[in-house]
Write a new protein. Structure first.
Length: 276
């Protein structure tokens, strides 16, 4: 029972933290104290103070402002990537598993296995390097990298649900294939997809930060946690606050989304076995 309560507390903490960070991202343009691109070289590399609670960077820009607006950018990219990847993956993988035959063979053996043969982050780096930096191109590259996982999961779930008795009964009474897919199969595969989406959002945010850290993601002066860390690496010892605050927001966001994913899995799976 204590393990169950501990897990519930962690899930609630993760949900509360994710909601708080999401709210900050939504209202960031209206609460930031400074212009994110406004430079004041006379106050560059200042530590945290009453005027600049998170300090300033090497150009004298307010780090609190840039971190809050970076929250909006990172969450927007993560959610958009998951939406595109999830829709494409569910359609492709679900149809492959439902129809079977040659379509399933082509999608599974040729397309998905070929894409998964490359390390995902290396494929994203190659695509971004080819397409060039920018938010739209970054989202495209991360979506190309991410849809395969959703497709593989959707295919496996569809194959499992398709073999259940209620699906065969629906077929026996003359249900059309489209009705069978939309009304009977898709609602029964949504649980693992939601868990994957929550964890996938955290992964997309991490990938965006990594690519921006390498200079392949967000184009300056748009605030981004990864780009801020890239700018801070030359001032790790003389201005450590440039690293601490973007890293803290990135860590808190990824951790909270992973906790939310665990909570969704527990809440939607009544058969989950809990330790007493």
């Amino acid at each position: 029972m204590s393990s169950h309560r501990g897990g519930s507390r962690l899930a609630f903490a993760g949900l509360l933290l994710a909601a708080t960070i999401g709210m900050l991202g939504l209202i960031a343009p209206w609460i930031v104290p400074f212009d994110p691109a406004e430079q004041h070289l006379e106050t560059r590399l200042e530590g945290p103070s009453g005027v600049h609670p998170f300090g300033t960077d090497e150009l004298g820009r307010d780090i609190l402002t840039r971190v809050l607006l970076g929250t909006r950018v990172s969450l927007g990219i993560g959610l958009t990537v998951v939406l595109i990847s999830g829709v494409v993956g569910i359609l492709v993988g679900g149809l492959a598993g439902f129809n079977g035959g040659r379509l399933d063979l082509v999608v599974t053996v040729v397309v998905m296995n070929a894409l998964q043969a490359f390390p995902g982050i290396l494929l994203a780096i190659a695509l971004v390097a080819f397409l060039g930096p920018g938010i739209g191109k970054l989202i495209l590259a991360l979506s190309v990298m991410g849809w395969v996982g959703y497709a593989r999961m959707a295919r496996g779930q569809v194959l499992k649900v398709k073999a259940l008795d209620f699906v065969e009964a629906a077929l026996a009474v003359g249900a059309s294939r489209s009705r069978l897919l939309l009304r009977h199969i898709l609602p029964n595969i949504i649980q693992p997809i939601l868990v994957q989406a929550s964890i996938g959002t955290a992964g997309a945010i991490m990938a965006e930060a990594f690519l921006s850290f390498l200079g392949l993601g967000i184009v300056p002066p748009t605030p981004s946690w990864g780009a801020m860390l890239n700018e801070a690496r030359n001032h790790l010892f003389d201005a450590p606050h440039m690293v601490v605050f973007p890293s803290a927001f990135l860590m808190a966001t990824v951790m909270s989304l992973n906790l939310v994913g665990d909570a969704i899995r527990d809440w939607l799976d009544p058969r989950a076995v809990r330790m007493e």
